[in-house]
Design a protein around this ligand. Structure first.
Ligand code: FPP
Length: 249
């Protein structure tokens, strides 16, 4: 049976840097250590899929120097982390647009994806140049092409069909975490979080460690998920009709 799918919006790198009197990129740099720790700590928390929001399509609006640093960090991460990821059975894939990722980072990413393709202890998904709205539109466009080519009919387009195209079978998000006190989704996994439990923490991403992840997972486990149904209360069973109650005596 598969374990939890946890998604994390890693926020607060810039604030962490300011707090420590350092340039913004140092916040991202320290954020990589938190990525490392979350990945290391996931299996023991029964997390089998971890999706990290590393670069949103809106992040292109940031200064070119910061964008450059972020892709440099990504490239370094993919290169330097490969041995440990392979050793610990972590499969890495990316979601989002690939065509705008700088070539050297894209190449390292592909190498890492290839090197870890057969592993299954943890599926680490890096959302890079990612926009949930774009991903949903892209899946819809793909299905429209199928209709256009006569391979499927419009009636075939169900939520399950769209889900298959959009997620490729990756299970929905169980727990969505956002750090640094903000409480918004920022175009992250909008479809996949339909029934996710949300966990917001004031901890800034560079300070986030596996104990924080464990705290979020523990809170998740205490929650009751009903998926739109009703809580199964034993006393809630319909009372037997009076005649039946008498007959049962
Ligand atoms: C948000 O903090 C964080 C990001 C936009 C980038 C996240 C990237 C990393 C943690 C490092 C690279 C990741 C990998 C997987 C190698 P912010 O800059 O918006 O913080 P602020 O709101 O405090 O300014």
């Amino acid at each position: 049976m598969s374990g939890l799918h946890v998604g994390i919006i890693m926020d607060g790198n810039g604030r962490w840097a300011r707090l420590h009197g350092q340039p913004r990129w140092r916040g991202h740099f320290s954020g990589v250590e938190s990525v490392r720790d979350a990945v290391r700590g996931s299996p023991e928390l029964d997390i089998t899929t971890l999706t990290l929001y590393a670069f949103s399509s809106d992040n292109w609006k940031r200064p070119a120097a910061e964008v450059g640093r972020l892709f440099w960090l990504l490239r370094e991460y993919c290169g330097r982390e490969q041995a440990e990821l392979v050793e610990s059975g972590v499969r890495v894939t990316a979601i989002g647009r690939r065509d705008r990722i700088p070539k050297s980072a894209r190449e390292q990413l592909t190498l890492l994806e290839d090197a870890t393709a057969s592993l299954s202890r943890l599926h680490l998904r890096l959302a890079i140049d990612y926009s949930a709205q774009w991903a949903i539109a892209d899946a819809a466009r793909l299905l429209a092409v199928e209709v256009d080519r006569g391979r499927i009919s419009p009636e075939d387009i169900t939520a399950a069909k769209l889900n298959g195209v959009l997620t490729g079978g990756v299970p929905p998000v169980d727990l969505l975490i956002r750090t640094a006190g903000e409480q918004r989704l920022s175009d992250f996994l909008l479809w996949e979080t339909a029934y996710a439990e949300l966990w917001f923490t004031d901890v800034l991403w560079p300070d986030f460690r596996r104990r924080d992840l464990a705290e979020a997972v523990a809170a998740f486990r205490r929650r009751e998920r009903k998926f739109g149904g009703l809580r199964p209360i034993p006393d809630d069973r319909p009372a037997k009709p009076a005649a039946e109650r008498v007959a049962a005596r």
